[in-house]
Every structure is written in structure tokens, then in C-alpha cells.
Design a protein around this ligand. Structure first.
Ligand SMILES: Cc1cc2nc3c(=O)[nH]c(=O)nc-3n(C[C@H](O)[C@H](O)[C@H](O)COP(=O)(O)OP(=O)(O)OC[C@H]3O[C@@H](n4cnc5c(N)ncnc54)[C@H](O)[C@@H]3O)c2cc1C
Length: 550
């Protein structure tokens, strides 16, 4: 079936029905051309990253071709935890509410040692944010809602059953060879973005590498559908050395449809084929849930993982994003979350360059910004993995001592690492930032994503992030200076006039006084701020933030 003919309700069906969606192959007129068709942006891979990027670009008015060798959503159980920042990005892409409506929202986690709770933590301990710290949602639902959104946008041409088999990179673009059920064709991309997953055929075709560490441990994923509403609350529960799975760790998470994700650490010696057999999984699950628990096995797999990244994400006109650029362990839910942040960082930069509003130097800044973010994720992911799976007797002794101390002492809880959960990177050293010249306190530094806050607009509730413009926003506490209206492509948002900070949380979080001004990028990162700026200072910061003055 032509994907555009799929009825809208098909995207809102049950998990099994959504997973069965088959996006048909449609012949493209490009296949009948004698010379390769030219396209401004081609994205390889219709995973969460490629789809988010394509939607962002299309919403900005760009035409995008997305090529995927498959014709279905992701199979089985992969990502389930989607972070606040990802939801905020998806809000901008018109799918955040859909994800939240289906997903299970949570902020609380608990850490256990053996059968005793050591402590609990709240990932979003304050009120006044539109989105929770996380939702849990099966990756196939997330992808389904992204495909549905992409199909609503005329600028996106998703071509299923289109497998990229060769890439020739040039100074001004890339030539792609593509296999389809009706034979091969070629296409020319002005910009090519490889979102083709951890094994990235594009990376291999260009003889590029991803380097890092492979971890010697195996984990069993068992997704089980409980017959009754569960006995567990909607929280993240992590056990070290529980009595029902001694000497290993276990993670429990709730997903929609009363499905529970259980990750059992198995050790390196485990035989993956044996461990995947239902007769071996069911006793493990019963030991956790209780002998009387009624459940069905929804999905099982055994995984190992690596922490890797490419040295550089930008190679001329070929750019890598998501798992193709970097891979992390699943502890901390960083894979898809950081990939969606890659997409949002890249989308506006490509758009500006394609529109002729900035030079390719702006796209080049995607590399260092997202490589820095990847390093932060890799560092957190590696530390979590080392803590959960200590590789020497000394590391195990240290870990156990920390766990025992964590029962009583807050300082030790900071050292316990059951997977620090994804937060957006603060791009401290970005060349697009203008360093502070005025004194500010708090975490809202240049390079950080703007913190959200509740506002009202014409008496109706709204949120700070929702009020930002698609390009730059000049956020002014109080009346804007007259020259602000002349800044090209900049939305001026006056707090106290256009919107009301009725709980004073925006002012508090941004350490704002009357006349404080923040300059916010299209991807909602702060790039400059002042107590009372001059027009020249703001224009300089804008030039820097678009790589015109880097
Ligand atoms: C067990 C597990 C649990 C996880 N949990 C989480 C979590 O809770 N939160 C989180 O954020 N992340 C999690 N992840 C990671 C997450 O699944 C990945 O980071 C995410 O899928 C990466 O998205 P992507 O779009 O970069 O790549 P992918 O989702 O891998 O998509 C790549 C796409 O490229 C296509 N493709 C490949 N080769 C070609 C080709 N030659 N031509 C055309 N198309 C091609 C593929 O068909 C595919 O559609 C988990 C992963 C695993 C395995």
C-alpha cells in the first residue's frame, strides 16, 4: 500500500497492529531518469533520528528525501525511555503530545540492594515543567507517530525498500546508488545525512570508523505483559544483587499496554541462545514477580553493548547523526535521546545554509557541538556500565562499599551509578556562544537548553518553550528596546507584556531582572544574555551564533 493511503487510525492501533504496519514500495520518478535527480537533502534511515531530522527540515520548508532499506517500524523491544528534552523537541515537531498521551510518564526511581530499598530519587523534583523527566514508550510507537507526522508534511518523500548500496562523496555533495525491488538507480544529494544506525553502511562505504570499548557482559531483556494491573508503581526500579537473581543486577520499567520491561544482567559466560528460551526466561520472571503472577512473554532478546563514536561527525557534505555517529550502552537511555538532539542541532543549521542565510561553516559547527555531547554521554554510559558490571575484585569491593554507605549517606548516593539518565548536554565551549559579560547565577548558562516555565498568554496557560520562535528568539524581561524589532528573523518575546510569568518561575530560573535579555537559538539553546544589551552587542551575538563571526 502507498503509505500516504494508510488510514490515520492505523497509527493509533494496538502494539501488534502498529508493528505489523507495512509501508509499501512506491516507484519514484527519479528511477526513470537518465541522469541522477538532484536533491537538497537526503537522509538515510527512517529510525527515530532520521525521521525527527526530516520533520524538522520539512517544517522549515525544506524538501527532504528519506531512504530506508526496510518497510516496517523497528522490530521488537529497543528504546523505551524518552527524556524530557526529546519530548520538548517532539513538541516542536508536532508529535510530543501524541507520545505523552500513549507513554507512561515517570519521575521517580528506586535503588535496591538485595531485598532492601537503599533510597529513592526524583529526576524532576520541582513543579512548573510541562513535560515529565521521562516517558516510557515502545520504540515502534514512537516511530509510528513520527512516520504519521512525516506523511502529513508535503516536503518529505520517504522511500521504503530503498537500500543505499554506494556513496561517493564530493566537495559539493554526494552521489548515491540505491537498490529497490525494481532495480537500482542513482541520486545526487547536495547534503547527505547518514542516520542509518549503529552498523551504518554509509560509514563503512566511506571507510570511516567508530572507535571505543566493547563491554563483556550480557543482558536479557524480557518484556512481559501482565494479566492484571501491576503491583508495581510507575517508577524505575533497579536492584543490585537481588535474592531472585543473585550476584547480578535487574532493572524494571513499566511500558504502555501493561507491558513491563525487565533487564536481567547475565554475565559474559551466559549462552545467549539458551537464555532466550522461554523455559529459561519464565522462571527468572516468576522469581521477580512471584510464583502466582500471570503474564505472557511479549519479547525476549539478549544483548551486549559497546560505547563507541566516530572521530568526526561531519565529512564535507556527508554528516552522521544518531547511532551511526555514536553508540552507548542502554543504561541511561541515551541512544535515541541523544540522536534526536543531534537531529535538532543539525536541522536549523542545514536549513539556514540551504536558504543562503548562513555559510556551510554553520553546518560544520554541528560536528564539535554534538561530538562534545557524545563524549559526555559516553563518559556517563561507561561509568554506569563499569559500576553495574565491575570487572575486578577491587572494583566490586568499592561498589559494594558505596552501596552499603548509600543506605545512610547522601554523598554515597551520588557515587551509586545504576545508569545516570539522559539530560541534554550544555554546550559550554561552543563557538556559537557569546560569553557572559554580566554576572548571573544558576545553571542557565550560554550553551544550555533554555529551561521551561509556566506562563500565561491572553489569560490562557502556556509554556516558555512553546512561545519561542522557529528561528532565534530575543527574550526580554519587560519592554523590548525599539531596535529589537529590526533584528532580521528574530522573534521578540517580552515577558510581562506578550506573556505573563505569573509564578515568577521564568525570572527565577533565568536569574532575570527587569530588562534582562536572553538570545535563544532555533534549537532552544541559550547563546547569549545580558542585563541591558546594546543593539551592537545583540547583532554581534547573532553573527557569532550563525557562524558569520566564528
Ligand atoms: C535493548 C535496547 C534498549 C534501548 N533503550 C533505549 C532507551 O530507553 N532510550 C533511548 O534513548 N535509546 C535506547 N536504545 C537505543 C535506541 O534504540 C537507538 O539509539 C535508536 O534506535 C537509534 O536511532 P537511529 O535513528 O540513529 O538508528 P536506527 O533506529 O537503528 O535506524 C536506522 C535506520 O536506517 C535504516 N538503514 C540501515 N541501513 C540502510 C541502508 N543501507 N539504506 C537505507 N536505510 C538503511 C534501517 O532500516 C533503520 O530504519 C536502546 C537500544 C537497545 C538495543
Amino acid at each position: 500500500m502507498n503509505p500516504r493511503d494508510i488510514p490515520p487510525e492505523a497509527f493509533h492501533a494496538s502494539g501488534a497492529e502498529v508493528q505489523a504496519l507495512d509501508f509499501g514500495y512506491v516507484r519514484s520518478p527519479d528511477q526513470d531518469r537518465t541522469t541522477p535527480a538532484q536533491h537538497p537533502v537526503v537522509v538515510i534511515g527512517a529510525g527515530p533520528v532520521g525521521l525527527s531530522l526530516a520533520i524538522d527540515l520539512a517544517q522549515r520548508g525544506q524538501r527532504v528525501v528519506v531512504l530506508d532499506n526496510d518497510h516496517k517500524l523497528s522490530i521488537g523491544s529497543r528504546a523505551i525511555c524518552f527524556a524530557k528534552r526529546t519530548l520538548e523537541i517532539w513538541d516542536r515537531l508536532g508529535v510530543g503530545q501524541r507520545m505523552v498521551d500513549k507513554g507512561v510518564s515517570w519521575n521517580l526511581g528506586k535503588v535496591f540492594l538485595k531485598d532492601e530499598q537503599l533510597y529513592e530519587f526524583n529526576l524532576l523534583p520541582e513543579e512548573g515543567h510541562e513535560r515529565p523527566a521521562f516517558i516510557n514508550l515502545q520504540q515502534y510507537y514512537a516511530e509510528a507517530y513520527l512516520v504519521e507526522r512525516a506523511l502529513q508534511l508535503p516536503g518529505i518523500d520517504i522511500r521504503w525498500h530503498n537500500k543505499v548500496t554506494a556513496v561517493q562523496s564530493r566537495a559539493d555533495g554526494a552521489l548515491l546508488s540505491i537498490d529497490t525491488p525494481e532495480g537500482a538507480y542513482q541520486m545526487d544529494a547536495q547534503w547527505l545525512v547518514a542516520c542509518d544506525g549503529a552498523r551504518s553502511p554509509t560509514r563503512q562505504m566511506l571507510r570511516l570508523e567508530s572507535k571505543g570499548r566493547i563491554f563483556q557482559d550480557r543482558f536479557l531483556i524480557a518484556d512481559v505483559k501482565l494479566a492484571d494491573e501491576a503491583n508495581f508503581p510507575t517508577e524505575r526500579w533497579f536492584w543490585f544483587d537481588p535474592p531472585f537473581h543473585p550476584n547480578q543486577s535487574v532493572l524494571l520499567h513499566r511500558q504502555p499496554d501493561n507491558v513491563w520491561r525487565i533487564d536481567f544482567q547475565l554475565g559474559w559466560d551466559a549462552d545467549p541462545e539458551e537464555e532466550k528460551k522461554p523455559e529459561n526466561i519464565i522462571p527468572r520472571v516468576q522469581a521477580l514477580l512471584g510464583a502466582d503472577a500471570q503474564f505472557e512473554l511479549d519479547w525476549a532478546s539478549v544483548y551486549t553493548f559497546a560505547c563507541l563514536r566516530m572521530d568526526q561527525f561531519v565529512h564535507g557534505r556527508v554528516i552522521f547523526a544518531g547511532d551511526s555517529a555514536h553508540g552507548v550502552s542502554p543504561f541511561g537511555a541515551r541512544g535515541a535521546n541523544s540522536g534526536v538532539q543531534d537531529a535538532e542541532n543539525l536541522a536549523w543549521k542545514l536549513d539556514w545554509v540551504l536558504q543562503g542565510r548562513a555559510s556551510p561553516a554553520l553546518v560544520a559547527t554541528y560536528g564539535p557541538e554534538r561530538e562534545y555531547a557524545a563524549d559526555e554521554n559516553l563518559c556517563n554510559s561507561t561509568r554506569a556500565t563499569d559500576f553495574i558490571t565491575p570487572k575486578s575484585e577491587v572494583s566490586r569491593l568499592f561498589r559494594d562499599a558505596v552501596l552499603h554507605l548509600a543506605r545512610e549517606h547522601a554523598f554515597a548516593r551520588r557515587i551509586v551509578n545504576s545508569g545516570r539518565l539522559s539530560v541534554p548536554a550544555t554546550l559550554h565551549a561552543s563557538p556559537l556562544n557569546t560569553p557572559d559579560t554580566d554576572a548571573f547565577v544558576g545553571t542557565q548558562v550560554p550553551g544550555a537548553v533554555l529551561l521551561d516555565a509556566p506562563l500565561t498568554k491572553q489569560g490562557q496557560p502556556t509554556w516558555l518553550l512553546r512561545e519561542l520562535g522557529p528561528d532565534f528568539t530575543l527574550l526580554v524581561f519587560g519592554p523590548a528596546p525599539v531596535w529589537a524589532r529590526d533584528l532580521p528573523g528574530v522573534k521578540v518575546l517580552q515577558i510581562g507584556i506578550d506573556v505573563i510569568d505569573h509564578q515568577a518561575l521564568a525570572a527565577q530560573r533565568l536569574d532575570a531582572l527587569p530588562r534582562t535579555v536572553y538570545l535563544v537559538r532555533p534549537d532552544q539553546h541559550v547563546c547569549a544574555r545580558w542585563r541591558t544589551p546594546t543593539e551592537a552587542a545583540v547583532r554581534d551575538a547573532l553573527a557569532r551564533a550563525t557562524a558569520a563571526a566564528v
